[in-house]
Design a protein around this ligand. Structure first.
Ligand SMILES: [Zn+2]
Length: 375
């Protein structure tokens, strides 16, 4: 039931998008192949669209002045629940390169690609990342009933699900064209679950480990070089410098987080964004799965969450920049865990703020963790 109604919402919003394009007289333009594949003169910067703010920052680090960047889901935006607007269709219609995360993160992207007529090069940033799956034991599952991830879980998942995605990811190397089709298949699935994911799903938040950030940067530099060979030396040398900064920060964060005692290493956040961080830096993240920004959990759900938080000896309660945090306050109150402030999960802070860049976000998150968890 829920799956069908959420599909209808998706379909309606897609129709609304097309209707908007038609009324704005953009439809013909957007479907025109010549508009989708504009030629680039040597002096013009490469027109690149990044799907969300973290990739946008990486592209501007690596692309520098050779890239004219447009980012679809900007700072503070939630890419899980994002709905494209006509301006996004236009941006993509005009782009030569699209940089995407993949791993089912941008469920709205296949339709946006279709609507824009984009035929340029796709750079799959997560290509060659070792993909992890979401773990059931790190979610505090809300009470049965109206939560999509419980009720509808069975119908569109099978044991091959993760396997398919791993293959899709591997095969996409250098053949980005296939990728859109894989995403198409995954699209409905992403929307069924809205913000919450379920155990066994591919975890898309690979950027939350700096080792993966290095893979992303390598893929972006390779992709930009393919699209714009004249400036490939610049892309590669900027990526090298960027990667050295990532390596340095990675070592620093590991050194700092080492000081947190074993019994103070469990924290709770709103959604399952920190699995890769947990794996890399040895902090256990429990998430309140199924809690969407709009939902108010029942008293029973809340009691269950608080019981689980106590059982797992949660030492810190963290807000996320893309989620509603009302419930987190109550969890902190009832468990006595420290409030750790905001962690940046799926989006950067505004430019100029400490977490306004990918590296800044990592420093910030590590700083909040050490401040909250160190005795
Ligand atoms: Zn997320």
């Amino acid at each position: 039931m829920l799956a069908i109604s959420s599909l209808r919402v998706v379909f309606n919003s897609y129709r609304a998008l097309l209707a908007g394009l038609l009324s704005a007289g953009l439809f013909v333009f957007s479907m025109s192949p010549s508009a989708a594949q504009p030629k680039k003169s040597a002096a013009e910067p490469l027109r690149v669209v990044a799907s969300f703010s973290i990739l946008g920052d990486m592209v501007s680090e690596i692309g520098g002045e050779h890239v004219a960047l447009s980012t679809i889901v900007g700072p503070g935006g939630d890419a899980h629940t994002f709905e494209p607007a006509p301006k996004d269709v236009l941006a993509l219609a005009n782009a030569q390169v699209l940089v995407l995360n993949g791993l089912d993160f941008e469920g709205w992207l296949p339709r946006l690609i279709k609507a824009s007529g984009f035929k340029g090069q796709q750079i799959l940033a997560s290509d060659r990342v070792k993909v992890r799956l979401l773990n059931s034991d790190d979610q505090v599952v809300l009470g049965a009933g109206d939560h999509a991830h419980d009720a509808d879980h069975g119908h569109d998942h099978d044991s091959d699900h993760a396997h398919d995605h791993a293959n899709a990811n591997a095969n996409a190397s250098g053949h980005d064209h296939n990728h859109a089709h894989d995403h198409d298949k995954a699209h409905d699935h992403a929307h069924d679950h809205a913000h919450s994911h379920a155990a066994g799903d591919v975890d898309p938040h690979a950027w939350q480990d700096l080792s993966n950030g290095i893979i992303y940067a390598t893929n972006i530099a390779e992709g930009l070089s393919r699209a714009d060979p004249a400036n490939s030396a610049s892309y590669r040398s900027r990526a090298d410098i960027y990667i050295k900064r990532m390596q340095k920060l990675d070592a620093e964060i590991k050194a700092v987080l080492k000081d947190i005692p074993k019994d103070r290493r469990t924290v709770i956040t709103t959604h399952d964004a920190f699995g890769y961080f947990a794996q890399a830096y040895g902090i256990r993240f429990i998430s309140v799965a199924g809690f969407s920004s709009a939902a108010e959990p029942s008293a029973k759900d809340l009691a269950l969450i608080i019981d689980n938080a106590k059982k797992h000896h949660v030492s810190g309660v963290f807000f996320e920049n893309i989620s509603s945090n009302k419930i987190m306050d109550q969890i902190a109150r009832e468990t006595g865990a420290k409030r750790g402030g905001t962690l940046y999960s799926d989006a950067l802070a505004s430019p100029g703020e400490p977490a306004g860049t990918y590296l800044g976000m990592f420093s910030w998150n590590a700083g909040r963790l050490i401040r909250t968890l160190k005795p």
